[in-house]
Design a protein around this ligand. Structure first.
Ligand code: FES
Length: 154
């Protein structure tokens, strides 16, 4: 869906800015929004570019930088941190051979930290794009990564 159709889907409503940005990003191969798109969205919604940039920088789900097809966000807030017995982030860094904030060479995974993802009672958790994975164990993390690589999860 192109930008105009996404704006049309949300009826060019200013209060749908976040949904519009998410939809635009989902259409992109590198899970990002360009500066040109930010300017076009601001113009179409009659909002200051600075407002759209502010929203972009507030939501960790949104990015101007090119990222992987799958964004892995590991919750590092207190309940998840306390229940994280095997260090999910370090396990993912070692398995994917990247540091937090980086993208794999094949642009398949980007690894990020996140504030509370709203599933504290099922800690520790991580989110991959729109899907939440809870009560994580090391075995479960490995299995999830394999399923993404095999294409059985997406
Ligand atoms: S602290 Fe991790 S989901 Fe809330």
């Amino acid at each position: 869906m192109n930008l105009h159709n996404i704006l049309k889907k949300h009826e060019f409503k200013k209060d749908k800015l976040i949904e519009i940005l998410i939809d635009v990003q989902h259409e992109k191969p590198y899970n990002n929004i360009t500066e040109k798109e930010v300017e076009s969205i601001a113009k179409a919604l009659e909002l200051p570019v600075s407002h759209v940039c502010g929203v972009m920088s507030f939501y960790t789900l949104l990015s101007l930088e090119k990222r992987g097809k799958y964004i892995i966000q590991v919750c590092k807030d207190v309940p998840c941190f306390i229940n994280d017995e095997f260090n999910i982030l370090k396990t993912l860094e070692q398995t994917l051979n990247i540091q937090c904030g980086e993208t794999t060479d094949d642009h398949f995974f980007t690894l990020e930290e996140s504030a509370c993802l709203g599933h504290c009672d099922e800690a520790p958790v991580m989110r991959i794009n729109d899907t939440m994975y809870t009560n994580l164990t090391k075995t479960k993390v490995f299995r999830i990564l394999e399923q993404y690589k095999e294409g059985t999860l997406c």
